[in-house]
Design a protein around this ligand. Structure first.
Ligand SMILES: Nc1ncnc2c1ncn2[C@@H]1O[C@H](COP(=O)(O)OP(=O)(O)O)[C@@H](O)[C@H]1O
Ligand SMILES: [Mg+2]
Length: 422
């Protein structure tokens, strides 16, 4: 059996320590290795024991959880922190976000939430370590490399580019932009374009493009062992300008049937069949999203001018950073950038410490009309400003043309700098 996940719990209330310990004792893959009653003691224990995960209370005497988390992020980076805070501690929560904590649990939380969070943070850390081993270590390919040889080198041998659309929050316009971008990309490049809806439960691509949704990804996985290009093309639906669309399961409860392994195999095939693969996703950073994220050539993060959107984008960028997703691969997009708001591009960039690569204007009339008719606005109103901005995004996502390559190093450098600063 593999080693259990070693956890250090830091909380000044003895009964909380006891409860958490009891709760975790039922999980065979989790082992509480030590406890501490304040931040200072927590830091000392973590330095000595190098736990896999630190569960950290916020309000504690001597040294609080935020300060302890900041210290750990600097001095024991291999021991990621999950903060446990009480609802009304909003101010703390904001500080906690800056301190380098990986996740936040709001008390009272359920045992399931706690356990899921521990496993998730642990897995992300493992991925990060195996990635670092691959890129910096003397051993060329780490043992943790996926069985299908999905290493960066293996990836490049295949053909299609994957553009993964993500936002930490729904309703920011991710699906709308992904759909219009796919159509525009087909028109601009005349290449083979696939659009994949990975918002498996609540995908909207079928509705946005007014497609016949009588089959979807579950029809592929039912016959996954006989999956060949011809079969895949049959299951995909025809969209505007010759794009091919892989839709969600026809019913939300079928979403659970789709596994990471399925997704890995499907994308392996799609990369051989298409030049560009545009992926719409759900906000949930579960296994499937992480798998595609890991292998995507570009990750387009969509945000908007609202506090929840910005907050979730910040969290997402932090998670990407901890997953060692290079900032060069991240394209930050501000949607409804001219909407009335107390924020603007500059304040969002300052807050996120990440440059905005593109802005999409707010155009409710055109957008609502386009959604109601199921006609992408890039086809019906190609000269509108919103369509022009989408075309600019197409150009940005395409592999760098030789002429533009000169300007790249400087931009890369500044992005990296911005990304690394916390
Ligand atoms: N640039 C825009 N201008 C006007 N309305 C927009 C714009 N982007 C998105 N919307 C509106 O926001 C809604 C949510 O967009 P959607 O793409 O479904 O978001 P997500 O996929 O992020 O949940 C859409 O129904 C649309 O009416
Ligand atoms: Mg959506």
């Amino acid at each position: 059996m593999t080693e259990p996940i070693k956890v250090l719990i830091v909380d000044d209330i003895t009964s909380t320590l006891d409860n958490l310990q009891k709760l975790l004792s039922f999980e065979p893959d989790i082992q509480v290795m030590a406890t501490a009653v304040n931040g200072k003691e927590g830091v000392e224990q973590a330095k000595k024991l190098a736990p896999d995960i630190v569960l950290m209370d916020v309000n504690m005497p001597i040294m609080d959880g935020i300060q302890a988390t900041e210290t750990l992020a600097q001095e024991v980076p291999g021991s990621p922190v999950i903060i446990m805070s009480v609802q009304g501690e909003r101010d703390y929560l904001r500080r906690a976000m800056q301190s380098g904590a990986r996740e936040f649990l709001i008390k009272p939380f359920s045992g399931d939430e706690l356990i899921a969070s521990i496993r998730r943070v642990y897995q992300l850390e493992q991925k990060k370590e195996s990635f670092l081993a691959k890129t910096t270590g003397g051993t060329p390919v780490a043992a943790a490399a996926p069985p299908d040889g999905g290493t960066p080198a293996g990836r490049r041998a295949e053909h299609g580019q994957v553009f993964f659309f993500y936002s930490g929050k729904g309703g920011v316009g991710k699906s709308l932009i992904a759909a219009n971008l796919a159509v525009s990309m087909a028109n601009e490049t005349k290449g083979k374009v696939a659009l994949v809806d990975l918002d498996l439960q609540f995908g909207d691509i079928g509705v946005l493009l007014n497609l016949d949704h009588s089959q979807g990804i579950t029809d592929l996985i039912e016959n996954i062992d006989h999956m060949d290009p011809e079969f895949i093309r049959e299951i995909m639906v025809d969209g505007p300008y010759g794009i091919k669309v892989l839709l969600t399961p026809i019913s939300p409860e079928l979403a659970d049937l789709v596994t990471v392994e399925h997704v890995r195999r499907i994308f392996g095939e799609l990369r051989k069949m298409f030049d560009y693969i545009i992926v719409d996703s759900s906000a949930h950073l579960g296994e499937i999203n992480l798998e595609v994220l890991d292998h995507a050539d570009k990750v387009v993060v969509v945000t908007s001018l609202s506090i929840p959107a910005i907050k979730n984008t910040k969290l997402a960028l932090k998670i990407f950073d901890s997953l060692s997703i290079s900032p060069d691969r991240v394209v930050l997009l501000l949607n409804k950038s001219d909407a009335h708001s107390e924020f603007n591009k500059e304040s969002v960039e300052a807050n996120l410490r990440f440059p905005i690569a593109g802005q999409i204007p707010n155009d409710p009339k055109l957008v609502i009309n386009s959604i109601n008719r199921g006609n992408p606005f890039v086809t019906t109103h190609p000269e509108s400003e919103i369509s022009q901005r989408i075309r600019e995004l197409v150009a940005k996502l395409l592999p760098t043309a030789p002429a533009a390559a000169e300007a790249e190093p400087a931009e890369k450098k500044s992005r990296k700098g911005l990304f690394a600063r916390r």
